[in-house]
Design a protein around this ligand. Structure first.
Ligand code: SF4
Ligand code: SF4
Length: 467
């Protein structure tokens, strides 16, 4: 009998640095492929071995790196690179991407107490930032970006800030290309006069409306309240006043993951809806009773749902966002009423993107590559989308640019998978392009801010352990 050498039951694809899921110390993580899925295998000297699924589609996971492009440098840094990532945030000069999307939190108070709130906001918190503090935050961003692409005024619930309209006007007075209001929609549903005031901020203004689900049970689980009527009333008001709207849905396994396709189709029944952002539920903030195995529904899971069940986009239409392909996927379509023609279908896909890795031959099409990158940039909102889309369509030989091409002809689905203690990856976090700006004039990646830096959070930065 010949000897059969035992082999591992997974393919070792590489290694990164992640976090111990108990103490948040930096620990090495093997990247392992096993039965079609991707896992981090970690070991902490204090808390032992940990295994966490980070993707459910190996081909897509590998293809993410094929979309990489050189990062854009911020014009200013607010901290120094001294201790090493992620202990120098602020941003430090070692960061690999500028702020495509910046969040400005103007209050902590909220009229909801969502179990999944990453900011841990509630009616019990009463802090509202002054106009001067908000101005300082906006100026910090302008110093770093000169002409920031996209700013979200967020909270807490920003619409209950006593000076919300002044704050929005202040943001609009800065050289910011697109301003969004990040809201749970309660005031928008109940206060028509307020929506009329919002409509005066057009163009370059959009409402980022929490939506999540059309089911009572899922809304109660995620938001602590049955918000179905609030959502529909808010959408009716935004439709009436023609305010561009993006729906945002936090997706939790077993709650609303089966609705993803239906939500895409429902969104298309509103002319004002420009797209949907899906976010896998993450372990951040309040996130009561979170169970990593029961609750997590990953970027690749959402992508699969959109591809198989939306009837709008196919799997190959949802591609990694070049500025941060590990955390963000995106699909663009040209919209005619409820009908959507995916843009990615118009691109010679076989040449540009194959499921298998290393088969993209962008080098042959540098101009097309540039135009795709411009369109796919998170900053492509409003007029920027119209221009980038027009540019791209001109580049495609068989496609005519519609004569009335405008932002209302665009429909976009984005999946943003933030990093938490489970999927944290030092390589991915350095490319983060979604940032918080804080009143102490710092800028933090969304992921590290919620993990380590948000005030009130009871997690100290820990020294790395050597294993
Ligand atoms: S995440 Fe970015 S800003 Fe923070 S320490 Fe790492 S490189 Fe610096
Ligand atoms: S998620 Fe938004 S709406 Fe819910 S408690 Fe937090 S800030 Fe309020």
């Amino acid at each position: 009998m010949s000897f059969v050498r035992p082999s591992k039951d997974y393919i070792f694809y590489g290694q990164t640095t992640s976090l111990c899921e108990v103490c948040l110390r930096l620990v090495p993580a093997k990247i392992a492929f096993e039965e079609g899925e991707v896992f981090f295998l970690k070991r902490c000297t204090e808390h032992g071995a940990q295994k966490t699924k980070v993707a459910s589609d190996i081909a897509y996971y590998k293809s993410q790196k094929d979309w990489l492009k050189p990062g854009d440098r911020p014009l200013a840094f607010q901290s120094r690179t001294e201790r090493g990532c992620p202990y120098d945030c602020g941003l430090c000069p070692d960061h690999e991407q500028h702020s495509y999307l910046a969040l400005i939190e103007i209050n902590d108070e909220c009229n909801l107490t969502c179990p999944v709130c990453f900011a841990d906001s509630s009616p019990k918190k009463t802090r509202h930032r002054s106009l001067a503090e908000v101005d300082a935050m906006l100026e910090t961003l302008v110093e770093s970006e000169r002409e920031p692409d996209l700013v979200q005024i967020s909270g807490g619930e920003p619409t209950i800030h006593p000076q919300i309209l002044d704050i929005l006007k202040l943001a609009k007075s800065k050289p910011i290309r697109h301003v969004m209001l990040n809201t749970n929609g309660i005031r928008i549903a109940r206060d028509r006069a307020f929506v009329a005031e919002l409509a005066k901020l057009k163009p370059g203004f959009e409402v980022y409306l929490q939506f999540d689900s059309m089911k009572k049970s899922a809304l109660e689980n995620l938001r602590g309240a049955d918000l179905r009527r609030v959502r529909e009333s808010a959408l009716a008001n935004l439709e009436e006043f023609g305010v561009s709207t993006t729906l945002v849905c936090v997706i939790k396994r077993g709650q609303n993951d089966e609705e993803i396709g239906a939500i895409v189709r429902h969104a298309l029944t509103y002319k004002c809806v420009r797209g949907i952002t899906f976010q896998p539920v993450q372990d951040a903030g309040r996130n009561e009773n979170f169970d990593k195995n029961r609750d997590r529904f990953l970027l690749t899971d959402i992508r699969r749902e959109i591809g198989l069940n939306s009837g709008v986009f196919d799997l190959d239409d949802v591609i990694p966002l070049p500025c941060n392909p590990d955390e963000i996927a995106i699909a663009y379509g040209l919209r005619d009423g409820t009908r959507v023609t995916p843009i990615t279908k118009l691109i010679p896909k076989d040449e540009l993107l194959a499921a298998a890795p290393n088969t993209i031959s962008f080098e042959k099409y540098p101009e097309l590559q540039r135009r795709i990158y411009n369109l796919m940039s998170l900053s492509a909102t409003g007029e920027a989308t119209k221009t980038a889309l027009g540019d791209l369509l001109c580049c495609l030989p068989k496609v005519e640019v519609p004569s009335d091409l405008g932002y209302d002809k665009v429909f976009r689905v984005v999946i943003v998978q933030f990093l938490d203690r489970y999927n944290f990856c030092i390589g991915a976090v350095k490319r983060s392009c979604i940032h918080f700006v804080t009143p102490d004039r710092k800028i933090y990646p969304f992921d590290t801010y919620n993990l380590f830096y948000r005030d009130g959070i009871d997690r100290r930065l820990r020294e790395p352990v050597h294993v």
